[in-house]
Design a protein around this ligand. Sequence first.
Ligand SMILES: [Zn+2]
Length: 478
Amino acid sequence: MNHFYLTTTLPYVNGAAHVGHAIEFMRADMLARYHRGLGSQVFFNTGTDEHGQKIADKAIELKVSPQAYVDDMANGWKQFCADINMSYDFFSRTTDTKHEAIAQELWRRCDDNGYIYKKSYQSKYCVGCELQKTDSELVDGMCPDHPGKELELIDEENYFFAFSQFQERLLELYKNNPTFVVPDFRLQEITNFVAGGLQDFSISRLKEKMSWGVPVPGDDDQVMYVWFDALTNYISALGWGTEDQSQFDTFWDQGHTVQMCGKDNLRQQSAIWQAMLMAAGLPNTNQIFVEGHVVSGGQKMSKSIGNVIDPVAYVHYYGLDAVRYFVARHVHDVQDSDWTVERFHESYMASLVNGLGNLVNRVLNMADKYEVVLDVMPQTEPTDHLANFQFNAEMDRIWKLIGDCDQYITDEAPFKKAKDDLPAAQEDLRYLLGQLWIINESIAPIMPETYGKIRVAMELNKKPEEPLFPRLDFNADL
Ligand SMILES: [Zn+2]
């Protein structure tokens, strides 16, 4: 049996889910369902990243304890996962005591192997990114991603990770594994970054200045830097470093491992985390799939422009599978994409209401009327589009099948034939039911609820009582 491990990044819990999270999570869920459908045993991880300065600041602002704050936020994220039908196997929380113990164990391994040391240093730190910034990364003395946010000056003795020692090994990893990062232009980007030289970086903070973190093993005065602790979740979810490592052995060591992330996370996932694994003597990830960003109306989303896309509002108005459809078909696999309510509505009406929904109704109406049932289920050939992260191509393939069926109905006109040659019309319907079966099997990982409804309708050989995709008015308020 094949074992397939898949993880989203863990969102930082200082805000609600935005459309970028929805896209990453929905696509991860499609992959998990696809691989289960192929017969693989899948471990699908997601969760929340809950330590660090930004969380501590937010809790102070709201006058609650950091733990109460993250508990509340984690519940919100679990609700979001339920809203978008995430079939995860494990929900990681980085404040979980088991995760904390494992993060400490990973630290110890890296330390035992000589990759952690202590030194005094001064640096500029962007709380917005939770990252140290070098002067060359700043624009007018500010973080370009967080203009107007004062950088924090850090002058303290901290622990450092010997990142610079991994340059050669990382370059070798990239060179020997041409699909280690997908798409290839992101592999090139990280290769260029690592080839440009790596600097060791601080992986702890003084507890008296920032206490909301995992304690550094053997040093009561320091806590771990949030990224070091959070990245460890990918293996803490599998119980690495505990008494029972069987899931780690099965899925990480012997299985195929895939991490998904946005393009702003490329460095952390494909360089820092990989170096941490090497430092601890653990196998690297097999593949990292890097997605683009979403803009709206050609502009970055912002509250002041009023073009922020709220994925949950779309789910409430159009239904979940309409959103999953749009994400798989019209959000570019790897480039930046434009999401507007106009484009969404047009696609909903054309491809779902008048496309798939209409086809299901027509075929099942005729099958019912001419008393044709599908007695032999056609063999469905799984394509490898989703195995290669090609969501757009897979959707185009499926919607081509739908278009071909519409054309077939127009050309053969079984509803006319039935009047004087019923057997010929029945033959057409047998073919159409077979095609509908194939179409439905194909949408299963992408639109699981719709798959279930079509499956039931086909078993009853009647069109669904409720329309799969109701006709809706354009809603400019979304
Ligand atoms: Zn920043």
